[in-house]
Design a protein around this ligand. Structure first.
Ligand code: HGA
Length: 610
């Protein structure tokens, strides 16, 4: 998603701005740009290429500046083209532009504002919603950038994080946040703005997380924050240490491969503090909350939604309370029936996912105050907004297609099922001991799945010539079939669908021919015999089956049936192991096709727009 970096300093800020953009690059973007204050005027460079190309242009133009803003854009309004790339300029002061602005988010009333501004003479150079904000600020500008931004924000509807500079106010930058993440970074005689603290990792570890409605005035000597009412406020300063080593690829070809192979470590770290099952793993007053609730509502998007679906099987079976799982972007606009005794669980890797945050706020507005998040970023908006939290320890995930964030979410959700079960008297000590043993062994079990990589590469070669694929699973492996299909779509662009195997005969069987590989998750469980019948239905119609089967089942390879044997049957936690093998299948298929695995087309990481 879009990234913002800005700086005011007493030194050349261009290296810091470009480095910041590079740190945000992994999130996916389609264009980038930088605007700086140099010799009494604003200068701008924009590119639809990579940040490295932008940097080359900046060096060619020998730009040097102590005030500047920079941006990576993931287009929402207007094609990914240079004229739509940020920063956007507005106004004229002695023949040069007066205002430069970068924006993350969506301005929903851009049409109305554009008409108004056109009527008073502003000429638009882009199709973006963002340019409207630049002109609005210029229109309101009377020599004080802070006042102009504050007044402009009163007119904006939608979500935004803004960073703005003006040609006649050197060493000043104004930011604003409403619904899109923005942090201020504090340095010695220099200050920064960024959409993510990660962008400032090389510059400062002193971070202020701005709140919705905040407008921030940054100069060399101070950072002043004003809330939505215009009152000056103090916000807590956090010391945030980001490990720059995490961005190294090491021996791997792609970040996605590195992250797949990091899963034993990531899951192990996520379980690090778990000595026994206790509700307090989720926060200080968790046992009171778990006692009070009689149902769970899970809100999430994409891969996190599939983690939620898997958790439904676990929580209902282990804790014996009903669970519903909703796609966040649907739930927030649906006329649902609220119940105050619900535990609302949000799942988000970044903790900044706009749809999930809005769904959470919607649930709270309906009187559901028992909120818990499963999140990978301890300082994120989601963690700040929820009463309870479990922080997964996946580490920074750079590949756009989620891997280690997903399996660590599943690990945390399994713990949640056990903790609720304990409070509801559904977890006898002997069962708890068995589950804890399985959890502790999980990193090793994942490592043995990763050892199957050579067999998966062989399958992936064959998959890469296909245009479609079906993924089948039953019970708690059905969400994993959905996730396997999503992973393949995202990075290989092969059309894939996930189905509960019992649904095959109700429709998708019509698609089965020798051209349609059918991937089947077939662990030894109570549904295995039913699943075998579903596989027969495929085989009888000439379909080609690719089956992940446990070692001790009698599913054997034959014509049109290919089998990879999973190292061990993993009972309730088996979905995690199958998720890993399907990640490898998607990854190697994409490699065989030569796609941009870490930055698949049209997609972005950390989806901070609606
Ligand atoms: N709406 C703006 C910014 C988009 C954005 O924040 N993407 O993550 C545009 O389309 O330029």
């Amino acid at each position: 998603m879009c990234g913002i970096v800005g700086a005011v300093a007493q030194r050349n800020v261009i290296p810091a701005l470009l480095e910041g953009l590079k740190r945000l690059e992994y999130r996916g973007y389609d264009s980038c740009g930088i605007a700086v204050y140099q010799q009494d005027a604003l200068h701008r460079v924009r590119s639809t290429d990579r940040v490295a190309e932008l940097a080359a242009q900046v060096h060619e133009q020998q730009l040097q500046a102590d005030t500047g803003i920079a941006h990576t854009r993931w287009a929402t309004h207007g094609a990914p083209a240079t004229h739509n790339a940020h920063p956007h300029f507005s106004g004229h002061e002695s023949g040069a532009s007066r205002i430069a602005l970068v924006h993350n988010g969506i301005i929903e009333n851009h049409d109305v504002l554009r008409d108004e501004l056109r009527n008073i003479g502003y000429v638009f150079e882009s199709q973006t919603d963002t340019e409207v904000v630049a002109h609005l600020i210029d229109h309101l500008y009377q020599g004080d950038l802070l006042a102009a931004v504050q007044q402009a924000c009163l007119r904006l509807q939608g979500a935004y994080a803004l960073a703005v500079i003006a040609s006649n106010e050197p060493h000043r930058m104004v930011g604003a946040r409403n619904g899109s993440p923005l942090v201020a970074g504090l340095g010695e005689g220099e200050n920064f703005l960024a959409s993510d603290a990660l962008a400032l990792a090389g510059e400062t570890s002193q971070i202020i997380y701005l709140e919705d409605g905040d407008v921030v005035d940054l100069k060399i000597e101070h950072v002043h924050i004003f809330d939505a009412s215009g009152a000056q406020v103090e916000r807590a300063i956090h010391t945030v240490h980001l490990q720059s080593g995490e961005a190294d690829l090491g021996p791997y070809r792609h970040y996605m491969q590195k992250e797949i192979f990091e899963q034993p470590r990531a899951v192990g770290d996520t379980l690090q503090d778990v000595e026994a099952i206790t509700p307090e793993l989720f926060g200080d007053n968790a046992s009171q909350t778990f006692e009070q609730i009689d149902r769970v509502l899970i809100l999430a998007c994409g891969t996190s939604y599939y983690a939620g679906l898997t958790a439904k099987y676990w929580i209902e079976s282990i804790a014996r309370i009903p669970v519903s799982v909703e796609i966040a972007s649907e739930y927030r606009y649906r006329d649902s029936v609220p119940n105050a005794d619900t535990l609302v669980v949000t799942i988000s890797q970044s903790g900044e996912t706009a749809d999930t945050l809005s769904a959470l706020k919607h649930a709270r507005s309906l009187g559901m105050e028992n909120t818990l998040t499963i999140c990978n970023v301890a300082t994120s908006a989601m963690v700040r907004e929820c009463k309870l939290a479990y922080i997964t320890r996946a580490g920074v995930e750079i590949g756009v297609a989620s891997t280690k964030a997903f399996t660590t979410q599943l690990t945390a959700l399994f713990l949640l099922a056990l903790a609720i079960a304990q409070v509801k008297n559904q977890l006898p000590a002997e069962k708890e001991a068995v589950y804890l043993k399985s959890l502790r062994h999980l990193p090793k079990a994942i490592a043995s799945v990763l050892a199957l990589e050579p067999q998966v590469i062989d399958w992936a070669e064959r998959f890469s010539s296909k245009e479609h694929a079906l993924f089948l699973g039953r019970g708690m492996h059905y969400p994993i079939a959905l996730e396997g299909a999503l992973k393949l779509k995202e990075i290989s662009y092969i059309h894939a669908e996930g189905y509960p195997a019992g649904e095959l005969k109700h429709g998708p069987l019509a698609l089965v021919t020798e051209a349609m590989p059918v991937v089947t998750i077939a662990p030894r469980d109570e549904l295995l015999e039913k699943l075998k019948s579903n596989m027969e239905e495929v085989h009888a119609r000439g379909g080609e089956l690719y089956v992940f089967a446990d070692a001790d089942t009698n599913i054997a390879s034959s014509t049109n049936i290919h089998v990879i044997r999973m190292p061990e049957n993993y009972g309730m936690l088996s979905p995690i192991l199958h998720a890993v093998i399907l990640q490898l299948l998607a990854y190697h298929t994409a490699c065989a096709l030569g796609t941009d695995v870490d930055k698949p087309r049209n997609l972005a990481k950390s989806v901070t727009v609606e």
